[in-house]
Design a binder for this molecule. Sequence first.
Ligand SMILES: *Cc1c(COP(=O)(O)O)cnc(C)c1O
Length: 356
Amino acid sequence: MQQLDAIKITKATTSKKMDVDFNNLGFGNYFTDHMFVADYKDGAWGNAQIIPYGPISFEPALSAIHYGQSIFEGIKAYRMKDGSAAIYRPYENMKRFNRSALRMEMPEVPEELFMGGMKKLLEVDDQWIPHEIEHAMYVRPFMFATDQVMKVMPSLTYKFIIILSPVGAYYAAPMRLLVEEEYVRAARGGVGYAKTAGNYAASLHPFAVARQKGYDQVLWTDAHEHKYVQECGTMNVFFLVGGKLLTPGLASGTILEGVTRDSVVQVAGDLGIPVEEREVSIDELVEAYKAGTFTEAFGSGTAATIAKIEEINYQDFIMTFNPLNQPVADALKKRLTEIRDGILPDTRGWMVKVGS
Ligand SMILES: *Cc1c(COP(=O)(O)O)cnc(C)c1O
């Protein structure tokens, strides 16, 4: 692995923090004073810097805009009880980022940049990491193609950037889902497992159509038969059927491998809840619902951790779940929160301290 020069730091002359109401953050609305940037050219990463957060300029021919070589991650850092800060499972995000990079024919980002840059940036903007309960610092690493030529080919140059957004307690309203049978999120051999910009652009129209029909999100199904469940909106999905937690398996490459999904699977094991990662058909869910054995449903993702599902509509057959009576979802969320907050011992080394 190439040796990187030390990260050069240029501090902002004034802080914007005074202008931000930390009791009203919402999600992704505010950014801290600094950002981490690095450039890839001539086959190597360099120019690693922390600089004031602000605009960057490019020519209109910027290839990322035209051909979409663009990937990202979403991670949370938390203020711990002892005042320190810790990042939730960032190495998993780093590995996923580099899997996305490979699929989009982009260079790998080495640990020194991904982890080194993230930790240093969190140290520099430490005073922005919220102390308020359930608040967090959302960390957004991303990489995009920066060649300015109008050819469909892998860019020779890239920018890797990390920005930080303090976020409030995420109120995950129970979701009403429409089973999607027209549009497709991902097909075998496609880019469903990659956190790449185009996947989100492609989802916006199906989401808008579902919203017009009165639903919050779609429940994606497979591209061939629209029979097997994939994800809900931009979250992985879990169903409690006959006391077992079912979640679509990763083998087909059509499902985004969520870090929260993996955390739920592991923590369910701690709680003695059996988990099956496999193909889950809508027909199986409908039959279980009719038999009274399908009792809970929820989505998982970094933003919300766990978001309950209160309704699933499949061809006008409506399945409903009382969000106030989903004890397994509640127990999983509680345990994940307790590990994150240091109330339970972090036996798996999930929390990575900033400043060490
Ligand atoms: C990011 C994402 C998830 C959730 O992944 P986490 O690592 O748990 O945040 C699920 N589905 C899609 C499509 C995503 O982009």
